[in-house]
Each structure stands twice: as C-alpha cells, then as structure tokens.
Design a protein around this ligand. Sequence first.
Ligand code: 5AD
Ligand code: SF4
Length: 456
Amino acid sequence: MPPVQPPRTYRVKSFGCQMNVYDGERMAELLAQQGIAPAAEGEAADLVVLNTCHIREKAAEKVYSDIGRLVKDGRRADGSAPMIAVAGCVAQAEGEEIMARAPAVSMVVGPQAYHRLPSMIAEAAEGRRSVDTDMPAETKFDTLPARRKVGPSAFLTVQEGCDKFCTYCVVPYTRGAEISRRFSDLVDEAKKLVDAGAREITLLGQNVNAWRDADGRGLEKLVEELAAIDALARIRYTTSHPNDMTDGLIAAHRDIEKLMPFLHLPVQAGNDRVLRAMNRSHTVDSYLRILDRVRAARPDIALSGDFIVGFPGETNAEFDDTIRLVEQVGYAQCFSFKYSPRPGTPAATMADQIVPEVMDERLQRLQAALNAGQLAFNQASVGKRCQVLVERHGKHAGQWLGKSPWLQSVHFSGDAAIGDLVEVELIEAGANSLAGRLLGGSPRPDRSDRGMAAVQ
Ligand code: 5AD
Ligand code: SF4
C-alpha cells in the first residue's frame, strides 16, 4: 500500500450486539484522544472502522459489501480511498482471510486488541498493513482513555467471553474464555459515566451474570455498589445465562430498587432434545423454575429471550414445543433468529440441516407468537403509572421518547428534556411502543436551563 496522510477524521460503524456498541464508543474515544475528529454527518471520513459481528452468516458477509461500498463511494476530499480498519468478531475469526480477500483494508484488529489501534494507524499511514487478533493477558481496559460525554443511558462492559460452548455459537472462539473486569475499575468507570451524564447504566457481558470478582462476589454485589451512586437512577444487565442465575442475583431484583424489573434470559428452544443438542445445559423445566423464582422476587418483572429456529434435526413437533413455551411464559419482548451454520462450530457439521423454506415458515410462526405476546404485555401496562427516562426527541414537535422500567418505548408530549426521569401514565399500547401522559418529573441534576420547572 502507498503511504498516505495520517487520518484527520474517523467514523466507527458498529454492527451486532450492545457489546460491539460499547467497544465502538471506546474506539471513538481512543481516536479522539489521538487528535482524530469524528467525521461530520454525510461527509467521507479519512478512517473508517467497521466494527463487525460474526454471530450469523449474513452479519459476517456484510463486511465485504461494506468494504466495496467504501472504496467506491467513500473517497476522501483528495480522491484517495479511506483508510479502512476491520474490527470486531469477524476480524477475530477471519483476520488473514480479510487481508487476502480485501486489499483495500489497512488493518484488522480483534475485540481484545483495539487499544493498539493508534500504532496500527501510524503503520498504515506509512503504507504497512497489519493484523492484531491477540487476546493479551493485560486488558485493553487498562490502557483506554477515560469516558467522555454520554447520553442518559450508557453501556458498561463488565464481562467478556463465554465458556458455555453452545454447539451453534462462535462466541467462545471469537471472544475467548469468560473474563470478569475488576470490581473497583467498574465502580470507577460507572462513576465517570454518571459524571458524564448517564442516569441509567446497562452492565454488559456475553454471560453478564457469570461476572465474579477475585473474592468470589457475584453480579448482585456490583449492582448493590452501583446503586449507591446518588445520581444513577437505573441499573440493567444483559445477557444472562440460565445456569448463572444465582439466588443472590434473583434476590437483588427484590431488594435493589434501582435494578430495573427486566430480565433478558435466552432459552433458545422449547424442547429438551434440541436443548441437549445445543449443549444448553438446562432443560425447559429448569428454565421455567428459574422464571418462577424471579417472578416470586419481583412479580412485575418483564421477561425477554433469544430463540433459534431450525437448529439441525429440529422436527415440527419439537418446534411446536417452542411455540408452546412462548405462549406459556408471556415474554415482554424477544429476539428470534434462523439457525445459521458457523464455520468451526459443532452444529455446522451435524446431520439434518433444515432447509430454508422450513426455517422461514418457522420463523414467521414464532415471530407471530412473540408479537402477540409483546402486544399483550404492552396492553396489560395501560393504566399503569411509571417513570420514563427521556432519551431523545420524538418524531413530532414537542414529543419525547424514553423507556419505561420494563424497557418499553414510551412517547409523550409536554415539558421535559433529554435525561429527565418523568412520571407518566401509560394510556395506549401498540406492539412496539406505548403512548404516555406526562404527570410530572425530576430534571437531571446538571440541568441549569430550567431550574426546577419540570417538577409539577
Ligand atoms: N445461528 C442463529 N442464531 C444464533 N445465535 C447465536 N449463534 C447463532 C447461530 N449460529 C443467537 C442466539 C444468541 C443470540 C445472541 O444470537 O439466540 O442468544
Ligand atoms: Fe454463545 Fe451459548 Fe455462550 Fe451465549 S451462552 S455466547 S449462545 S456459547
């Protein structure tokens, strides 16, 4: 590659899960620290970071079409192609392959190595391409710059990696073994996020409820510590594994008011034979018993999950069990996917792969059941009064959008501002959002523009 001007502007495009969103924010902070500015909306950037997802085939292939588009349409002001960095889980899984297949890519950097971006950018400016997919013992978190201004709802990665080895999943290979970040580092980062404007923090991890510190303290102890931060109003966590749902964490849903009544606990399928083939290490019944305990601790908890349809060998009758489970649980919202064979995973070479037409039909049936459940859950909320954290402007003038404690999107009109926690009555429900009527509110502590005007 010929040498190029060091980049003056950047754009980070994150795909996939919330952990990628978090990594994307941290990369942006790192680039800003190097004096590289975010590219203005609609303008070509000198450096584009594609922060990729490898979880399903479609997501992974997207990186190659994005690279093609950048080379064609993303030219810098002087006509040269942008410097392209591929980060995230596709980078980790296919590092050398990307270098061979996409000569326009200057660097490939895995999710555990992105703190080394500055030196890779310097090399790229000198015309040298580089790949860094190490999973070093020292953690990237120790070398990243401090958090900067964030919105009212912020992410905080507390745990990475997975030791569960579900037979369909690439995560144990791309993100490595489970590691937990240090308690004191997390409390520090949470305080900085709150100082930077966060009123809600969502703790993230591929198996967030497997988080443990060196003294064996579990996630509930971290939640308890964060709940003591005055200006932090809400705490959430995602994604959890059924096997790590401890008594302590369940009790936290009863005891810690700032822990929101929402639990994302994927089950993946509603049939024990399929669950065994997936290596899920829980049964339908043991999953349901966990939900019973969680509901006993927090009766209004909203439940969420992930589902895969068309796992190899799944019969019609086994799939019907998934529909039955969905109807029995009454989920508030869920994600559902067609099984996608991932290279290197045990399920990819299993017999009886399901044909696409059957997969499509099952996904449609499942999504119809999930949508009906979601609508019913929202309709049951009508008439409730709750707090809404205002996250952004709505489509119409004077309209605001925010989240209820149960993670429903709520829109309402009236006197409020981004970052306010307002009291709202839920008056109308759709499948994806609710309308609310503003009753009153408490402005965020740092709002000087309106004093106490929002408290009515
Ligand atoms: N195919 C389809 N869906 C998958 N998921 C993980 N791996 C695959 C795969 N190979 C889904 C699971 C998981 C979510 C993050 O993605 O439901 O919980
Ligand atoms: Fe993948 Fe299973 Fe680990 Fe979740 S628990 S990241 S689905 S291997």
